[in-house]
Ligand binder design. Structure first.
Ligand code: NAD
Length: 484
């Protein structure tokens, strides 16, 4: 067994520590099933220490001037940049995501720190003309301790980019990394220890039930931000509600439609369908447009192009820049994808390519499945309704405008949607009817810094990635100055 990093400590109160009981969880490379590192298995007591450290640290952090706080955040970003190559190598080995697009993740993390550092001066209140003789105003105050719970698909990026707003608003954070891909957090712990005041940034590793749930229920935690599955999101809302009144925001799953009108260019739709699936991280993306809804007039023209392009995706070692897709993240994900292959068979979807694990070398070990397309997918099928979070693209057809609206909206989810048409009127009419939080016209997949991202329906609560996210980490206090 060869560990790819010796870093194996969490960050609690400015110190790099092991779990108090000395226990660890080992992490495996999903491409090979080799053990590649270890992380502390934190206890409930360790979580308590981390939260209390954050609670001690935030008042001084919040009292820094916006300029001073922003400067520290930017320096934190530069310190991450200095270890970007190391982080990338570890992240690719630990997640299975392919290396070329994953280069962007550290960049997004740093850009987000810069963006929110620059927005701190916008934490403004208002004056309100409620009475003529008095002064009524609002100020924004941090919650204090913010908990961030992250999923496995972009661990480092979520740990940094999705805590930057909370830090900017003057909170201290406690991050809970995903248990199947926690190794990059061990490097992050070292960087944050040196870059930020003690206790402002804490990392506790371990499982969801012990570490996650203890964080959610902790009496000093009122603000919880979660990215992950809808089932866990609801469990978090439940746990939080059992113990107190808490502010919980949720970024959850999606079964996102890409609706193509007959006037759109078939080649461009096929390219968008591939890009929108994010095969380079095995379709493990909440925003993946995993339902391609083609107008009946172009269905037979676009489908073969899509299949051809999916067949061309090169499955292989995620560390190889030429690979277009790696293994899925873990055995649970692997079993889930295989179960969807079975469900597709039972439901009568038409397999166009993939639908099985690849044979031969180097795929004997690891969690490999082929990039997959099913056609003839219809609203009653599991593939239509349920998020796979894997490399399966489902293709269905529509006839009238209303048929497309109904089909696009016909799931419990509402995270993203893409509409393709050369006619901007058609596209906008459609986009306005689709109940999704983040939409693209003639685009797909991309997030844009500063543009809010989040879901409607069971895809979530709240918006992240824009100024709204920063404001969501503050409580509004009103001050009424009664003049004598
Ligand atoms: P998950 O819900 O299984 O786990 C996410 C995190 O929650 C992990 O850190 C886990 O340890 C923790 N957790 C588990 N049980 C918990 C509990 N009871 N209390 C507190 N924390 C708990 O999700 P996953 O499998 O890691 O990620 C896949 C899911 O994440 C998909 O549904 C995907 O769509 C979603 N996701 C959403 C977005 C978004 O921005 N909307 C982005 C990425 C992923």
């Amino acid at each position: 067994m060869t560990y790819i990093t010796r870093a194996d400590r969490m960050l609690v109160g400015g110190k790099l520590v092991h779990a108090s009981n000395g226990e660890f969880d080992e992490s495996i490379n999903p491409a090979t099933e080799e053990v590649i590192g270890r992380t502390p298995r934190a206890t409930a007591d360790d979580v308590d220490v981390a939260v209390k450290s954050a609670d001690t640290a935030w008042p001084a952090w919040a009292e820094l001037t916006p300029t001073a706080r922003g400067r520290i955040m930017r320096d934190f970003g530069q310190a991450l940049r200095a270890r970007a190559d190391e982080i990338l190598r570890i992240e690719v080995a630990d997640t299975g995501n392919t290396i070329t697009p994953m280069r962007g993740d550290v960049g997004v993390a740093i850009d987000s720190l810069d963006y929110y550092a620059g927005l701190i001066h916008e934490l403004k209140g208002q004056t309100i003309p409620a009475t003529h003789q008095n002064l009524h105003l609002t100020v924004r105050e941090p919650y204090g301790v913010v908990v961030r719970i992250a999923p496995f698909n972009h661990p480092l990026m979520f740990a940094v980019a999705r805590t930057a707003a909370a830090l900017a608003a003057g909170n201290a954070v406690v991050v809970k990394p995903p248990e199947t891909s926690p190794l990059s957090a061990m490097i992050l712990a070292e960087v944050a220890r040196d870059a930020l005041p003690a206790g402002v940034f804490n990392i506790v590793t371990g499982d969801g039930r012990t570490v996650g749930d203890t964080l959610v229920r902790h009496p000093l935690v009122k603000r919880i931000a979660f990215i992950g599955s809808p089932v866990t999101g609801r469990a978090i809302q439940r746990s939080a509600a059992e113990v107190a009144v808490k502010h919980v925001t949720l970024e959850l799953g999606g079964k996102n439609p890409l609706v193509a009108f007959p006037d759109a260019d078939p080649e461009a739709i096929a390219d968008a369908a591939i890009r929108g699936m994010n095969f380079s991280w095995q379709g493990q993306s909440c925003g993946s447009t995993s339902r391609l809804l083609l107008h009946e007039d172009i269905y037979d023209r676009v489908l073969p192009l899509v299949v051809e392009k999916v067949k061309a995706i090169k499955l292989g070692d995620p560390q190889d820049p030429a690979s277009g897709m790696g293994p899925v993240n873990c055995r649970t994900q692997y079993d889930k994808v295989l179960a969807f292959f079975e469900a597709a068979k039972t439901d009568g979807a038409r397999l166009m390519t993939g639908g099985k694990p690849p044979a031969g070398k180097p795929f004997e070990r690891g969690f490999w499945v082929e990039p997959t397309v099913y056609a003839g997918v219809e609203p009653g099928m599991r593939l239509w309704q349920e998020e796979v979070f894997g490399p399966i693209l489902s293709v269905g057809r529509w006839t009238t405008f209303e048929d497309a609206v109904e089909k696009a909206n016909g799931t419990e989810y509402g995270l993203t949607a893409a509409v393709w048409s050369k006619d901007i009127n058609n596209a906008l009419r459609m986009v306005r009817r689709i109940r999704s939080g983040h939409t693209w016209v003639n685009g797909c997949s991309a997030h844009y810094l500063g543009v809010p991202f989040g879901g409607m329906k069971n895809s979530g609560v709240g918006r992240e990635e824009g100024i709204e996210e920063m404001l969501s980490y503050t409580e509004l206090k009103t001050i009424n100055i009664v003049l004598q």
